[in-house]
Design a protein around this ligand. Structure first.
Ligand code: PLP
Length: 395
């Protein structure tokens, strides 16, 4: 008889964003005259940049020609895109990488979750709370032992290593989803030193690095000395360039990471060549265009648009005296709602037709907090904040 992976039974019944989406759908169906302003799921709203879309169109049209056709590509990514990413790391973060350290993928979610393949189930996994739910769920699916470390107001939702913290692999996400908080250099140095001292591996999720505009804050963990011995970095074009539906990301696995005499880079290559057949050539041409001067300028313009929304939200909250993190170097605002976060979700949806994401969906430390995203228009953001202000002023 078929035996199922019973670890799945320990997962929460549905993925957070399916639950919020269902509630919004049901509300919208019942109230067709009351359109909902969606500031919940972290999906971009601005179309692809023209430079990127043109590159995709050219590559797509080329596929119908003898010269432009491409079949299976290199599982690790096309050389032209690896080279563009290598150059980006150098200019954006001052980090030198070898081409072989860069693995192109269809996005950070699959890489973050698939990377768990490389580790034995005996590992203790350290996960900040609250955080992007994929780290926890993908390890729970394997029945791994998990230690949560608390993010809270005292540590600005940026937990640091502490005496007595035991674990083999730690996930860090900066700029953080959901809190928008960003580790400074000193914070990352503490993690890198701790990891190197204890023989821990850091899985660093930099999906929102392009939102960092404060020049003192790191874009990549590899800006920190010693990180290439203990950290793997996941990155994505989803938020950098609006690729949530286009799908492309990349993972950097330094060649210096050797565990028990084995190269992690070689293991990931082995895993990818077996289980992944490469990112679409057409999409990789679009991704290459993201890193061109024109593509980069257009993407930065879109990011600045979202960041203006974050500023609008931050200004309202500051004016109202509501505690929050994020919004400056991140598309997320994490506010203290001071009540059960699902109740707050229902209240905003039902009373002012604004949809956000309940903090408790990101972990127990998220209870009493709420996430709003900047992925909307200026008009909707202003309207949502004006409704928000009126609602809460009346409470
Ligand atoms: N990592 C974080 C922290 C995210 O918030 C997200 C998406 O919201 C992802 C990874 C997924 O990125 P991708 O669209 O590249 O799979």
């Amino acid at each position: 008889m078929v035996k199922l992976n019973e670890n799945y039974f320990n997962l929460k019944e549905s993925y957070l964003f399916s639950t919020t989406a269902r509630k919004i759908r049901e509300y919208a169906a019942a109230n067709p005259l009351k359109p909902v302003i969606r500031m919940g799921i972290g999906d971009v709203t601005i179309p692809l940049s023209k430079t990127v879309a043109d590159a995709i169109a050219r590559a797509g049209a080329g596929m119908a020609t003898k010269e432009g056709f491409h079949g299976y590509g290199d599982e690790q990514g096309e050389g032209f895109l690896q080279e563009a990413i290598r150059a980006y790391y150098l200019s954006n973060a001052g980090v030198e990488l070898n081409k072989n350290e860069i693995f192109v993928s269809d996005g950070a979610k699959s890489d973050v979750a698939n990377f768990t393949d490389l580790f034995s189930n005996d590992n203790v996994i350290v996960i900040p709370d609250p955080v992007y739910p994929v780290y926890l769920d993908s390890n729970m699916m394997l029945g791994r032992k998990i230690t949560l470390i608390d993010g809270n107001e005292e540590n600005g939702f940026l937990p640091l290593p502490y005496e007595g913290l035991e674990g083999d692999i730690v996930y860090l996400c900066s700029p953080n989803n959901p809190t928008g908080a960003v580790y400074d250099r000193e914070g990352l140095e503490k993690w890198v030193d701790f990891a190197n001292e204890k023989g821990m591996l850091i899985l660093f999720d930099a999906a929102y690095e392009a939102f960092v505009s404060d020049s003192s804050l790191p874009h990549s963990i590899f800006e920190i000395e010693g990180a290439k011995k203990c950290a793997v970095e996941f990155c994505s074009l989803s938020k950098t360039a609006g690729f949530t539906g286009t799908r492309c990301g990349y993972t950097v696995v330094p060649e210096d990471i050797v565990i028990g005499g084995r190269s992690l880079n070689k293991m990931w290559l082995r895993r990818q060549t077996t289980k992944y057949n490469g990112t679409s050539y057409v999409i990789q041409k679009g991704a290459e265009a993201v890193f061109s001067p024109e593509g980069m300028a257009e993407c930065r313009k879109n990011i600045a648009y979202y960041k203006e929304n974050a500023r609008i939200m931050a200004d309202t909250l500051t004016k109202m005296g509501i505690w929050f993190t994020g919004g400056v170097n991140s598309p997320y605002i994490w506010l203290k709602c001071g009540m059960d976060s699902w109740e707050f979700f229902d209240m905003l949806l039902n009373e002012i037709q604004v949809a956000g994401t309940p903090g408790s969906g990101f972990g127990k430390c998220g209870e009493g907090y709420f996430r709003l995203t900047a992925f909307n228009t200026h008009e909707n953001t202003r309207e949502a904040m004006s409704r928000f202000e009126k609602l809460l002023a009346g409470k």
